[in-house]
Design a binder for this molecule. Structure first.
Ligand code: KG4
Ligand code: ZN
Length: 354
């Protein structure tokens, strides 16, 4: 019997257990995180080591530096996550790990650790798609939330509208054709001289400011569910550069608030249209930008008017963490489809891959 056949058989046994415990690992970008999750919904531990202070000096994530720091962090974090959950490796049923999307060098650290543990312990390896992990963050926050629902994924690397059919079937309705919304927030913040990661600073500086500027005249993808952020991002950067070249003052708060309104309104109108066309009465937010206060407020209002139930995870589950990987990993384990030990890290990944 091959390793994979043996692991499939193990999964068949594990899925009959009342309690299934997963050790989850996330290292796709600049957060190293290890969690222990029970039955996909209960977080027993979720340890996150952020490298933001290291990358801030460079104005963004330096992939090689991220990989090296993941290497330093990963084993101590596995120990801490187990200790905090009051468990040992023997109590773990399977190991879930982010396979992609992300920085390949960074992903490899988590993936190699997970593979080594699975090989040594003879336990199933569950390969997780990072985007699905972000969606599953909501399963941790809302114990009664079940598919089907519409999901708006807004993170530093992804922007997409996804129909979550069930726990393992996802349908892509629309996605960014170029930059992700979080990347646009971070680049706009950078041109305004705000420290990395700038998204949260743009949000804070926009509070209480009435937006007056308009950067793009029309959305070329208005009739589609696809989105583009490179035009808006470039328009803001050009606007700021032009003022600086003319020695004119940049009203940082006004630029923040105006950019934020345009970036968010573009998305919210499309996601509401998607809910209506696909007859979805539940909308779920996921990813780092789901922490944005204007996005939350706008969707709160729109969902109330359209009688749609809105879910967004608490801030700590919006950004990268391993607990979300453990949640979706549980549902993948139930479908008995473990990964081989020969899988590699993927910089980009289709929604239904992994
Ligand atoms: O999901 P995430 O941790 O990373 C990826 O998987 O990409 O998202 C990080 C992104 C960054 O671009 C960060 O600036 C943005 O989320 N972000 C925000 C806010 N908080 C985090 N953007 C706008 N407003 C916020 N409050
Ligand atoms: Zn993420």
């Amino acid at each position: 019997m091959t390793y994979l056949e043996r692991m499939k058989q193990k999964c068949e046994g594990i899925r009959k257990q009342k309690k299934i415990t997963i050790l989850a690992i996330e290292s796709s970008c600049d957060e190293t995180s290890v969690a222990v999750v029970e039955n996909g919904r209960k977080v027993l531990s979720n340890i996150i080591s952020s490298q933001i202070d290291i990358h801030r000096h460079f104005g963004g994530v330096v992939p090689e530096v991220a990989s090296r720091n993941h290497i330093l962090n990963i084993i101590p974090l596995v120990d801490q996550a187990l200790e905090s959950a009051k468990m040992t490796l023997n109590d773990i049923d399977a190991i879930a790990v982010t396979q992609g999307a992300g920085l390949v060098g960074a992903l490899l650290v988590g993936l190699t650790t997970a593979k080594a543990l699975c090989f040594a312990l003879d336990k199933p390896l569950i390969n997780v798609n990072h985007i699905k992990g972000h969606i599953a963050a909501n399963f941790l926050a809302f114990p009664k939330l079940e598919p089907p629902f519409m999901c708006l994924i807004t993170s530093g690397g992804h922007t997409a509208i996804v129909k979550v059919v069930d726990y393992v079937h996802f349908e892509l309705i629309g996605s960014t054709q170029d930059d992700a919304i979080g990347e646009a927030f971070d680049k706009v913040a950078r041109v305004l001289g705000l420290e990395y990661p700038g998204g949260v600073k743009v949000d804070k500086l926009s509070q209480g400011v009435e937006p007056k500027l308009k950067f793009i005249t029309h959305d070329v993808l208005a009739n589609s569910y696809n989105i583009s952020y490179s035009g808006l991002k470039t328009a803001v950067i050009n606007y700021v550069h032009q003022l600086k070249q003319n020695n004119e003052k940049v009203d940082v708060k006004q630029v923040c608030a105006s950019f934020q309104r345009e970036a968010v309104d573009m998305l919210t109108s499309k996601v509401m249209r998607a809910c209506s066309e696909y007859k979805m009465d539940k909308l779920v937010l996921a990813g780092g930008v789901a922490a944005n206060s204007y996005l939350r407020k706008s969707l709160d209002k729109l969902c109330k008017v359209n009688k749609i139930q809105l879910f967004y995870p608490p801030i700590e589950f919006c950004t990268d963490n391993a607990a979300m990987v453990g949640s979706i990993g549980y549902y993948q384990l139930l479908s008995c489809d473990p990964a081989g030990l020969d899988i590699s890290a993927l910089a980009t990944i289709d929604l239904n891959q992994a």
